[in-house]
Design a protein around this ligand. Structure first.
Ligand code: BTN
Length: 248
């Protein structure tokens, strides 16, 4: 695998590792330069959001992480996971030909089923690790939950989901959207996220940090990347972090 244009210095392919996010976290502490991409054929302890596990049998997914040093101020880092998810969704449309949406904050869905997840972590030396897991070749019996799917199950053509070519395509889109983040984020990038966000306008159930649950309709995604919720019967509330369930 060769690195495409952009900030990507090198792509390291590992056969087996606990978690590619963990590898880059440690490398960041050691002072490695940003632009490094680490891909794994198999993760033994892939990490998801909220301390969940990201399980994917060997060679059935594209699992990788990148180390970046965004120049955007921390106040706009709320957009980092959102725009990274947008880059993945855009890749699935442009490169694979599937209609993908983003679920706030950063899942990628096809037909309301999760096809990719992202875990973004702030790391040493003003770095950010963006970890991306895409279900490419998972068959129905191997799906981790009934609300998951894979590119092959959605009918993607085999050549488009060759993992090396998919990785190159994601890195190109990620390069562009991370450049948009560093520029503001740009109004175009925020508008593109809102357009593709299937959480917008939905009736949702959100569990916020601390465990409180909120039910309401998503009225907007604010300029600080938080969700604006019309809470059922109780006015408007901004939610900056949480676990969202799309209700029917
Ligand atoms: C989620 O949906 O909760 C996030 C899943 C993120 C999984 C990816 S796979 C590559 C990278 N390494 C990890 O340990 N996690 C991310």
């Amino acid at each position: 695998v060769t690195a495409p244009q952009g900030p990507w210095r090198a792509v390291e392919v590992l056969d087996e590792v606990d978690s590619t996010n963990r590898v880059l976290r440690d490398r960041a502490v050691d002072g490695v330069e940003p632009g490094l991409v680490v891909v794994a054929e198999h993760q033994t302890h892939g990490r998801g959001r909220l301390d969940r596990l990201w399980e994917s049998p060997r060679s059935t997914g594209l699992t990788f992480s990148v180390l970046l040093r965004p120049s955007a101020p921390r106040s706009s880092w709320g957009w980092l996971p959102l725009l990274a998810g947008l880059a993945v969704a855009e890749t699935l449309t442009d490169h694979v030909g599937l209609d993908a949406t983003v679920k706030w904050p950063n899942d990628v869905l096809i037909d309301d089923r999760k096809v990719a997840g992202l875990l973004v972590e702030a790391v040493a030396h003003d770095g950010a690790v963006i970890g991306i897991g895409v279900n490419t070749h998972l068959e129905a019996e191997a799906l981790p939950t009934p609300v998951a799917t894979s590119l092959i199950l959605e009918g993607a053509p085999a050549d488009a989901i060759n993992r090396a070519s998919l990785l190159t395509a994601v890195l190109l889109h990620l390069h562009e959207r991370m450049a948009d983040l560093d520029r503001g984020p740009t109004a175009e990038a925020m508008a593109a996220y809102r357009m593709r966000c299937s959480t917008l306008g939905r009736h949702v159930d959100i569990t916020v940090p601390g465990g409180q649950r909120i039910r309401g309709t998503v009225a907007d995604i604010a300029d600080d990347a938080s969700l604006v919720i019309d809470v059922d019967g109780h006015g408007v509330r901004h939610v900056a972090a949480g676990d969202v369930v799309h209700l029917r």
